[in-house]
Unconditional design. Structure first.
Lengths: 107, 418
């Protein structure tokens, strides 16, 4: 389990405990956090769960797969070096304290 | 009366329409009616990760109740609409109540076709659409594992093949019966149908093409025991999953006198023959500019038509004209399709098709469908970059030549210009 903080584009910040195996897309949606769509249900097929990893965490996450990097080409908001797809990051104890920023748009 | 929009159907299209109405500034009431016991959930994982036991049901949630509440969208579950009264502008619910509307959204989805054969309604024969269907299939798979009973999948389309791949992952003996001479014959090029057949065979599934099924065999309790073929051969089975297509849920619309033709007929903006009524998703048949009707069953179609339908109710025009796209996950292969390949007469393969059976080999490639010189569609396997570029090429109406498409040395992105 990990406690993860999501900061919406409006500035509203919510911290949630995510069980191991849950991905960040599921974590936002199950907790009513705005800013993620996740249209494909977590298949890395739609690029509507774009998020920005807080810079303090950028180098501490497992690297994105080639497929995720390709899909990031298709995100609606600006793609930045810290852009990730939330469905591809799974909660583990190692993510305790992670901070994720959500973009203003996914479409 | 103040503005009130009623949405029939709480799936992908219904939810998208509700949220797009709020995003578009609509401040009247929105009532989202779902006929299932659950709030909105993701259907795509039901045949894949959820069925494989890799995620739990809480992870299927599409929108948490508090998110809908934040957007002032009233969700009613177990709410079945029995009739639409367009003259009075209200819908009737199965509990006897009525609900008035100023705008109505039909997002009623589709229903799997049933097997029109003796024994088609036996215990242990399932289609897959809802969480209840998926739970029943998962329970039956557990029984099959315990008793070492085989699984039969009828229909070599996406749902059937995804279920077959999941069954194989669980170690179940699995046979796919397909009536056509090849898998996914309506959507894929022959070369890719053959590749998928190899993929399944190499993972231990048995494929029977040109399959002629006579009946489902059952025991005295009407529980499935096997599938009998026209030639008399019987494939034993503890579970039969039927994936032979869906029919649009257009009964309410038909009864209300809206134009329907194997789906609720809508224009590119989601408008029906009644200006107060729009429709989105699997239940629709979209009228194209040439007059023909297009039925699509996909997440993208549900979300894009939902946005169009919301705009139409707000008096705006937001036609859905983007290139259709789809995906399917089988084993470790992600198939992503852009465009509609119907009518293609030639194909080019880009990349390396090798290694369909060996999970250790990446096998990343795309098949480009052409009609004459015109690019119609691109099917990509483990090649998301090709897929996304294909969507851009097709949106822009730019066709590479057949030779360019098949030549990895040609950078296709260069054709888009700047």
């Amino acid at each position: 389990m990990a406690n993860i903080t999501f900061v919406e584009a409006s500035g509203q910040s919510t911290s949630v405990n995510l069980a191991d195996g849950w991905n960040l897309m599921q974590g936002t949606i199950a907790n009513g956090i705005d800013g993620i769509l996740g249209e494909c249900g977590g298949s890395c097929a739609c690029a509507t769960c774009h998020c920005y990893v807080d810079e303090s965490w950028q180098d501490k996450l497992p690297a994105a797969s080639e497929s995720e990097l390709d899909m990031l080409d298709n995100v609606a908001a600006e793609r930045r070096p810290n852009s990730r797809l939330a469905c591809q990051i799974k909660a583990t104890a190692g993510l305790e304290g992670l901070i994720i920023h959500l973009p203003a748009t996914q479409e | 009366m103040s503005a009130s929009i009623v949405i029939i159907g709480a799936g992908q299209a219904g939810v998208q329409t509700a949220e797009a109405l709020r995003a578009g500034g609509f401040d009247g009431s929105i009532t989202l009616l779902g006929d299932e016991a659950y709030g909105p959930y993701h259907r795509p994982p039901l045949s894949k990760a959820w069925l494989a036991g890799e995620m739990d049901s809480a992870q299927l949630v599409m929108r948490a109740p508090e998110m809908l509440a934040r957007k002032n969208i009233e969700l009613r579950t177990n709410a079945t609409v029995t009739a639409i009264n367009r003259a009075a502008k209200h819908v009737a619910l199965s509990d006897g109540s009525t609900l008035p509307y100023t705008g109505l959204v039909l997002a009623t989805g589709s229903t799997p076709r049933r097997l029109p054969l003796p024994g088609g309604d036996a215990q242990g024969v399932f289609a897959l659409r809802s969480r209840i269907d998926a739970s029943a299939i998962a329970e039956r798979m557990a029984v099959c594992l315990e008793k070492q009973l085989p699984v039969i999948v009828i229909g070599g389309g996406f749902i059937g093949l995804e279920v077959a791949a999941t069954a194989r992952k669980k170690g179940l003996s699995t046979t796919v019966l397909e009536a056509a001479p090849r898998l996914l014959g309506r959507v894929l090029a022959p070369v890719l149908s053959d590749w998928y057949a190899d993929l399944h065979r190499n993972h231990g599934a048995t494929l029977v093409l040109d399959a002629r099924i006579a009946a489902i065999e059952t025991d005295a309790q009407n529980t499935v025991t096997g599938v009998r073929m026209a030639d008399g051969h019987v494939y034993p089975a503890g579970l039969v999953v039927v994936g032979i297509g869906v029919a649009a849920n257009d009964q309410l619309a038909q009864a209300a006198g809206l134009e329907c033709d194997r789906g609720i007929v809508v224009d590119a903006c989601g408008r029906t023959s009644d200006p107060s009524v729009v429709a989105a998703g699997d239940c629709t048949a979209r009228r194209l500019t040439d007059g023909s009707l297009l039925r699509l069953e996909s997440v993208q179609n549900a979300t894009e038509q939902g946005k169009s339908a919301a705009a139409a109710l707000l008096g705006l025009e937001k036609p859905f004209t983007a290139t259709p796209w789809f995906w399917s996950d089988q084993y470790d292969k992600k198939l992503q399709m852009a465009g509609l390949s119907m009518g293609a007469d030639q194909w080019a393969v880009r990349g390396d098709m090798g290694g369909s059976g060996d999970a250790s080999i990446a096998g990343s490639f795309s098949v480009y469908h052409f009609k004459g010189d015109k690019l119609l569609a691109v099917d990509s396997v483990n090649a998301s970059k090709d897929h996304l570029l294909a969507r851009k090429l097709l949106d822009a109406g730019v066709s590479p030549t057949l030779a360019q498409a098949g030549d990895l040395g040609v950078e296709l992105a260069g054709l888009l210009g700047r």
